[in-house]
Design a binder for this molecule. Structure first.
Ligand SMILES: Cc1ncc(COP(=O)(O)O)c(C=O)c1O
Length: 402
């Protein structure tokens, strides 16, 4: 067989998709950890955006009960009506959004639903506005749907530069969607109601549908408040797809339950995607998610309180390191310090910084370049306070050597 015959001709769209930088970082940290463990040491991992808490007991019990009751068959591809009703109630009681179950879709995590949305709304060559710094999957999912990501610059407060948004909207045609993520991954920034009103107006005036990614809504600190942009007005409700998940709120990342609310016509098209691709999200996880949404919320409060304690500690430690500038995050479980003051001495960007920090100090962080902000690194504080203390000691020592 000739070489030419051996070459697999992959679809162009997949060749343009990048590997996930967080999964790549974990792989590298795993490899280094094997040698370190032999010396009784280990990597401190601030890379992955995954709660370090276990799924609360009441939710696990609901999952076990679902198995015992043989709730193990196919369900409707967009979720059981009991879970949809629980989602309707959640949006009404917590977000001021009045929907019926025809407006709800349940999928295999928020990530899966985002992919549905791109498939249903983005034609080849159409554009999706993504504010920097952005969660890495947004742009890659746009590319998978043969769309074009358009990135908005950010200001010093790490939030979208609205003037740049206006100029992008003025200078581009074929803009279909804008993704707004608040509380934000990777920055921990939370948009105020006034900021949302500005963004909402620009989108409404230009027929741009908003995807409001609210998966971190429960993790807010100090006097930060969460607003659902869809709740600003009936027009905004019509113009927004509100996305959420059990994953972060209830420490249920592995159960894979996400959900969204949108115009019935959009849900109907997304249903076709589920019918023909994944079918339903795991039946057992759906029953567990009902307990998550309807049962006691004490565990969510306990996790929030613990994240805030960690945030306070980590912010104070990082702010004290010479050469690093840092904003105090208002939500989620990430902090996004500017480390560019320490570039030089063989470190030219955030990728070099993260590499050296991993190799020399055994601390794993994600380079800000992966989120479109190369002066920064992302530290996930979904790790115990002991690990955070040790990690901060290592980071500080490492920075002092630069
Ligand atoms: C901003 C944001 N949206 C969506 C997701 C995906 O969540 P899920 O695990 O429910 O797919 C993540 C996960 O890291 C995230 O950070």
């Amino acid at each position: 067989m000739t070489d030419a015959k051996n070459t697999i001709q992959f679809a162009k769209r997949i060749l343009e998709v990048e590997e996930s930088p967080t999964f790549a970082l974990e792989k590298k940290a795993d490899a280094l950890d094997i040698d370190l463990k032999k010396e009784g040491k280990s990597i401190i991992r601030f890379g992955i955006g995954q709660p370090d808490f276990h799924t609360p007991a009441n939710i696990k019990e609901a999952g076990k009960k679902a198995i015992d009751q043989n709730k193990t068959k196919y369900t409707a591809s967009t979720g059981i009506k009991e879970l949809k009703q629980a989602v309707v109630d959640k949006f009404k009681n917590e977000n001021g959004l009045d929907y019926s179950i025809e407006n709800i879709l349940v999928g295999n995590g928020a990530k899966h639903i985002l992919d549905d949305i791109m498939r249903v709304l983005v034609n080849s060559g159409e554009k999706v506005i993504i504010p920097k710094p952005y969660w890495v999957s947004y742009s890659q999912q746009v590319i998978l749907s043969e769309g074009i990501p358009l990135f908005v610059d950010f200001k010093q407060d790490l939030k979208m530069d609205v003037d740049h948004l206006k100029s992008l909207v003025r200078d581009n045609d074929q803009i279909k969607l804008l993704i707004l993520n608040s509380p934000n991954n990777p920055t921990g920034a939370v948009y105020s109601k006034q900021e949302m009103e500005q963004i909402a107006k620009i989108c409404l005036d230009n027929h741009i549908i908003i995807i409001a990614d609210e998966v971190y809504e429960k993790f807010l600190f100090g006097d930060a408040r969460h607003y659902s942009i869809a709740a600003l007005s009936p027009q905004m409700k019509q113009n927004t797809i509100t996305l959420n998940a059990a994953s972060k709120t209830y420490a249920m990342t592995g159960w894979r339950i996400g959900y969204c609310a949108a115009d019935q016509k959009i849900i109907a098209q997304m249903t076709k995607v589920h019918d023909q691709s994944t079918s339903n999200p795991c039946s057992i996880a759906q029953w567990a998610a009902i307990e998550a949404l309807q049962g006691s919320q004490d565990s969510v409060k306990a996790m929030r309180d613990e994240y805030e304690r960690r945030r306070d500690y980590i912010y104070q430690r990082i702010s004290a390191i010479e050469g690093i500038k840092c904003l105090n995050p208002q939500g989620a479980f990430y902090i996004f310090p500017d480390v560019s003051g320490l570039f030089g001495n063989g470190i030219k960007d955030s990728f070099d910084f993260a590499d050296r920090l991993l190799e020399e100090a055994s601390v794993a962080v994600v380079p800000g370049g992966a989120f479109g902000a190369d002066d920064y690194i992302r530290i996930s504080y979904a790790a115990s306070l002991d690990k955070i203390k040790e990690g901060m000691n290592r980071l500080q020592n490492f920075c002092e050597t630069l």
